[in-house]
Design a protein around this ligand. Structure first.
Ligand code: 4NP
Length: 153
């Protein structure tokens, strides 16, 4: 079975679409077959494309996010995906609350994949500036590289 990875933030329009895109790019580069998706714990932006700042940031790295649409994480995700990564501590706690008792997905914090950043959150760039989205991109890319290494073992 190929790995199926879900990235989860609050709105699914800033951080988790970038995490999904970074993982897709790293997996493709490594020749790793994997399913990838992203979701939000909140329903504020269901059906909406990513934030324009996230779209522009990904575009700088040759990645097109325009077709992505927001959705809310749901109980079925805990069996459909082998791995679920929360972008921050608050969303990890919220996911823990909605996880069905008999779930099979491995649930963890995204930055646990980055040596030296274990336990840390990817800061929410929503209230920030365009440069904050580049910091997000760097963080999710480092995590994506760590995840591809882990899944290839
Ligand atoms: P995200 O950022 O969780 O990285 O997608 C946010 C997007 C929207 C909101 C909060 C965070 N909001 O409050 O609408």
């Amino acid at each position: 079975m190929k790995p199926a990875v879900l990235f989860v933030c609050l709105g699914n329009i800033c951080r988790s679409p970038l995490a999904e895109a970074a993982f897709r790019a790293e997996a493709a580069r490594a020749g790793l077959a994997a399913v990838a998706d992203s979701a939000g714990t909140a329903d504020y932006h269901v059906g909406e494309p990513p934030d324009p700042r996230a779209i522009r940031t990904a575009a700088k790295f040759g990645i097109d996010l325009a077709g992505y649409r927001g959705r809310q994480a749901e109980a079925a995700d805990f069996t459909r995906f082998s791995h679920i990564f929360a972008l921050d501590q608050s969303n990890l706690a919220n996911l823990g609350r909605v996880a069905p008792a008999a779930h099979t997905a491995h649930l963890a914090l995204l930055l646990d994949l980055v040596p030296g950043r274990e336990g840390q959150s990817v800061a929410d760039p929503w209230y920030g500036a365009e440069e904050d989205f580049e910091v997000t991109w760097d963080e999710v890319s480092a995590a994506a590289r760590g995840l591809v290494e882990l899944l290839r073992r």
